[in-house]
Design a binder for this molecule. Structure first.
Ligand SMILES: [Zn+2]
Length: 207
């Protein structure tokens, strides 16, 4: 599992880029069309193999983080964001609302939960009755939040909640990014036979 204590003084540290606006961060994501580099081809192959019907525990979704961010987020999140299990993820913003068990995963800004980097925390106490492909959907959902945290100075403010189904953390910026990411997942990442069941955990409109 990744070391959640690595800070600016450590060799594994990777600084976040100069902060930009949410508009600019969205445009940056949208302006990076899928490309078949050797790295992305290898990453896609590993993801498909992991999802190819063989038994796999929830850890598989965590282990896929680097390949998922290579394909969908162009390597911008690696070493800037950690993914790990946590026994208590309630009380933080950006939670995926899955009552009554609580949030399955949340993304917290740098400095939160006593770690220097942004973090995706997966609820270790959540009763995992859902499939691996659904867990991957949750991780990718959180990676969209992490994209804005990494590019917008660790403070994404209030998203523009302008449509039914939006909330302060899942508004115009989240859903615009989600639509692009979902398109890449469906068109480029997962074969038809293993795409079934993949959602970004919100059934967002238009996706
Ligand atoms: Zn969310």
């Amino acid at each position: 599992m990744q070391n959640d204590r690595i800070g600016p003084q450590d060799t594994g540290w990777r600084s976040c880029p100069q902060p930009i606006s949410c508009d600019a961060a969205l445009q940056l994501l949208l302006s990076r069309p899928f490309t078949n580099t050797p790295e992305t081809i290898a990453a896609i192959s590993r993801i498909q193999n992991a999802l190819d019907g063989r038994p796999a525990g929830p850890d598989a979704a965590v282990k896929m983080f680097y390949d998922l961010e290579e394909v969908l987020f162009r390597g911008e999140l690696r070493r800037r964001v950690i993914v790990r299990w946590a026994s208590n993820v309630n009380g933080y913003p950006l939670a995926v609302p899955l009552a009554p068990e609580g949030a399955i995963a949340i993304t917290i800004p740098p400095g939160g939960y006593r770690q220097p980097r942004a973090a995706i925390l997966i609820n270790a106490l959540f009763p995992y009755r859902i499939s691996l492909i659904e867990i991957v959907g949750f991780v990718v959902h959180e990676m969209i939040h992490a994209w804005y945290l990494v590019h917008c100075g660790g403070d994404i403010g209030d998203d523009q909640a302008s449509l039914p189904g939006h909330d302060e953390h899942h508004g115009y910026y989240f859903f615009s990014a989600a639509e692009s990411v979902m398109m890449n997942v469906v068109q480029c990442l997962l074969r038809d036979d293993i795409t079934r069941g993949f959602t970004l955990a919100f059934q967002p409109q238009g996706i």
